[in-house]
Structures are given as C-alpha cells and as structure tokens.
Design a binder for this molecule. Structure first.
Ligand SMILES: *Cc1c(COP(=O)(O)O)cnc(C)c1O
Length: 503
C-alpha cells in the first residue's frame, strides 16, 4: 500500500518527459518512402512547357519529399512533441525568463483591427493600432524610468546594437570619435561584447569582485578618456543586485562615458525599481522575457530601447508621434541613427506585451517582480544545502548554484542537467555565467506554482542524494528517455548539416 501511494504521489507532482506511450520516432521528411506521393493536386500545364519557360523547364524531379496531407501534418506535429516548451512543463532556463504566455495575449493580437493591417497603410486608417503602440511606449518608459523609447529593435541583442549606435552618435556629436572602449563585466551575456564589436568599438573585460558584483576599484582603473560606455546588467547574471549602481553611473559619467543597461533582467525590478532612476542612460527591454511574449528557437522577439534626454535625438525612425488626438509616423529626424528594422517593430510581439502589462495594471505590476524573486529564493532555500551556492545572501529573480559538491563524486553540471530531462524538466541554464565553475542558473519566474517548484526541487534533491550514495552511473548515462540523448552540440553548431542527402 505504502509504495503504491508513493507511486501515485510521484506521478501527480512530476511530469515525465515526452517519451512514454504513443510517442513516435520520426524520420526526416526525405526519408519517407513514397517520394511520388503529394498532398496537393495541381491542374496539368497547358501548352508547350518549354516555350513558356524559355527552355528553363526542369529535366529531373525537384526531389521534394512525397507525403499526403495527414502525413505531412503528423510529421511536424510529432517533431513538435519532441520539444519541450513552456506549455509542456517547467522551463527554469536562467537569464532567459521562460514564463507562461497567457492566452489573453493571443486573443488581443488576433483582433482583426490589429492582425490584418499593413505597415504601409496610411496613418489615418490605423489610428487604433498606433494609439495602442504609443500607449505601450508610455507604459514602458514609465516602467523603466526613461523619457523616450523606440519599439523598433527585434530582440535584446538588437536593442544592444541600437543603443550602442545611439551612444556612438551622441559621442560623435560631442566631437569624441576617439572614445571606443566599452567596459563589460566578465559576468555579462555574450551578446554584450558582440554588440560593441558590431558598432566598431572594442571591449575591455571587468573582473567581478568576490561577491560576483562590479568591483568599483576595477571599474575606476579602467575608466579613461577612451571610454565610450559601460554595459551592465542589473540584477546581474548571477542574480545579484548591483547595489553600487548609483556610484557606478556617476563614475562612468564623470569619465565622459555613458551607461548602457542590459534590461534582460527587468523581470526582477518591474513595478518596484526603475533603471532610469539609477543613472543609466539607455536600456533595452526584452519584452519576450519580462512581458511574457513567446520566444525560443530564434522566433520573433522585441527589444524596445528606452533612453534619457541625452540620447533621445538619436532614436531610430520611424517613430510614433501624437499631434493633438492624431497619431502619425515620423519618418525622418535630423540626428536619428536611421531605421534598424522595417516599420515600427515586431508589432504582434509588442501588442502581446501590452496585453500582459494591461492585465496587471499600473498598481499590480510589482507582483511580477515580487513573485519572481520569491520563487527564486524559495528554490534557493530548498537547494542551498545540497548544492554549493557561490555567492551568499538572497538572490533576485534567479538563483545560482554550482556542481562543486557533486564534482567530488565525479558528477558534473552537465550530468545533472541531463538527468533533469529524464525526470521531466527542462534543464536550468548551465555553465553561465562564466564567472563561476560549473554554474547552474535557475530562473523559475513568477508564473509557476509552489507545487511545480517543489516537484523540481525534489528532483534536484534526488539527484544530489544519488551522488552522495555513489549511484552515479545512471547520471552519466542520462538522458535515457528521449529519442535523442547526448548530442554533440558543439559539432552541431560548428558544422550544421543543412543538405540532404548528406554530402
Ligand atoms: C537574453 C539576454 C540577452 C539577449 O537578448 P535576446 O532578446 O535573446 O537577443 C542579453 N543579455 C542578457 C543578460 C540576456 O539574458
């Protein structure tokens, strides 16, 4: 009896990954056997084909895979079932903020007046959509503590480039073309130095202090007449708030540089504290993280950039302006850096973000940050004895652990992550930030229940107990349940196979 009820309990609280029951192994489209089949019936071609195509008519079959319509549909649906998404289960990928995307966002964005419009329509015919986007600008500016904003960039990384282009333009306008040095803490996301390089600047890495935060002496030692900007994330990627933020901004400004805020972690601050009030000049907002729009797999995102008065003249165009009660797009302005994306931005994504903000309303937005921080600290407090915690104290919206205790038993972060897959959870972010060895960065977000957090923590504690008991073989073999096991991810990224048959 005891063991049966334990079974039930386990199944109630834990979702095993997509490997049980009628899950299908699925070949490539090209490996389906009947290449001659087709899902569409086209009428035959009338007249001489060769004449019509000026002798460019194909002599050999195109090699398009042959499937009936249900076979084609099943192929893609089956592949989608191999994937883990926020709607399949817990997805605690630190720094990525994989929160649930409410259905109401989708309803809003599918309203015909929003879904069926074209960016080149005359302004008079899209007043409602422009009003809503203008309103969103106002909300985002107020949330982040800035005076001006562009909705154009398509993602956080794109926002970084846009922000640095504005910083470049502002420095150039001051006659300071020589300022090309961008200071980037060693805890930063990899997109930060990449964006600086793309804007013709070079980066100097700031070594973090013993607490994982920016070290003021290290900062001072690198500030000079060549400094263009400091790029910083707050809370930083170790989940810690940069409590010296005001002094940091003052130091950079006194040296003649500007401060770029990477706003990917705004989830921890929204409705509670505003980066603009802390002295930052410019901040990108990953709406697909903080404001619950879908992301992952390179899909569409949104990276609005908020700026203060110093950078406002350089904002991209087109911009939405309001003349009395009328909205219009401003297509050029003298000092603008120009356009960084077609039209106003990823309107569908932006409108979903607007729906999320509106659902909370001005007076309740703080619950996002409070619950996100509470959830991360709950996970931290349940796991802090079983796993090594590199930086003391409470965390913000994500908690950082390492594999130091498990490494003694020959088990590494990667093994722990792979075992989580067998237990039905998407792994946390692993080996990032780079400043700690064997990092595991866990971001539960505000949208998870305590029951889900407990199920995840139970799984993590079970793995730690397995290590202590010396039952490490299974951990090295994991994952055993999915169709594909330990892939060579480096090889896949460096040498992707993009043609079939493989050459
Ligand atoms: C996600 C992230 C970025 C990049 O944002 P994208 O929207 O993925 O381009 C930059 N910095 C940090 C800290 C992030 O977490």
């Amino acid at each position: 009896m005891m063991s049966a009820s334990h079974e039930n309990q386990t199944h109630k609280t834990r979702t095993y990954s997509a490997t049980a029951g009628i899950q299908h192994e699925e070949p490539l489209l090209f490996e389906h056997e009947h290449l001659a089949a087709t899902a569409i019936q086209l009428p035959g071609v009338e007249g001489e084909v060769d004449d019509a195509l000026n002798a460019f008519a194909r002599q050999t079959p195109a090699g398009i895979p042959g499937l009936s319509e249900p076979e084609a549909v099943r192929h893609f649906v089956r592949l989608s079932q191999w994937n883990h998404g926020i709607e399949t289960g817990f997805y605690p990928l630190g720094s990525c903020t994989m929160k649930y995307n409410p259905r109401v966002n989708e309803q809003v964005v599918r309203l015909p007046g929003l879904a069926h419009i074209h960016p080149d329509q005359p302004d008079e015919t899209v007043q409602g959509a422009l009003a809503l986007l203008y309103e969103l600008q106002t909300w985002l500016a107020e949330i982040s503590g800035f005076s001006h904003i562009t909705l154009q960039p398509a993602a956080g990384a794109h926002g970084e480039v846009t922000g640095l282009m504005m910083i470049r333009a502002a420095l150039d306008a001051r006659g300071q073309q020589h300022r090309k040095k961008v200071l980037v803490p060693d805890s930063a996301h990899g997109t930060n130095p990449a964006s600086a390089a793309l804007c013709g600047m070079y980066t100097v890495e700031l070594k973090s202090g013993a607490d994982g935060r920016i070290d003021l002496d290290e900062l001072k030692a690198h500030l000079d007449d060549d400094t263009a900007a400091l790029m910083m994330t707050n809370p930083n990627t170790a989940g810690a708030f940069e409590s010296d933020i005001k002094e940091i901004c003052q130091l950079v400004h006194a040296a003649g540089g500007l401060v770029y805020g990477d706003g990917a972690n705004l989830n921890a601050l929204v409705g509670v504290a505003r980066p603009g009030d802390m002295g930052i000049d410019c901040l990108h907002i990953n709406v697909h993280k903080t404001f619950s729009t879908p992301h992952g797999g390179g899909g569409p995102g949104g990276g609005p950039v908020a700026v203060n008065e110093t950078l406002a003249p350089f904002l991209p165009v087109p911009r939405i302006v309001k003349d009395g009660e009328h909205y219009r797009l401003l297509h050029s302005s003298e000092q603008s850096i120009g356009s960084v994306l077609g039209a106003i931005g990823q309107t569908g994504v932006l409108l979903r973000a607007a729906a999320y903000i509106a659902a909370f309303g001005k007076n309740h937005l703080h619950k996002i940050a409070e619950d996100a921080v509470l959830n991360a600290n709950y996970v931290l407090s349940r796991l802090k004895d079983a796993y090594h915690v590199p930086f003391d104290g409470r965390c913000k919206h994500e908690c950082l652990l390492t594999d130091a205790k498990q490494e003694k038993h020959g088990v590494k972060t990667l093994d722990i992550a792979k075992q989580l897959i067998d237990l039905g959870f998407h792994p946390m972010t692993v080996y990032f930030p780079l400043i700690v060895h064997g990092a595991m960065l866990i971001e539960p977000t505000e949208t998870e229940s305590r029951a889900t957090l407990d199920a995840f923590c139970d799984a993590m504690l079970e793995i730690a107990a397995q290590c202590e008991a010396g039952e490490t073989e299974a951990l090295h073999a994991a994952p055993v349940k999915p169709f594909r096991r330990r892939l060579d991810e480096t090889q896949a990224a460096r040498k992707p196979v993009l043609v079939w048959p493989q050459t």
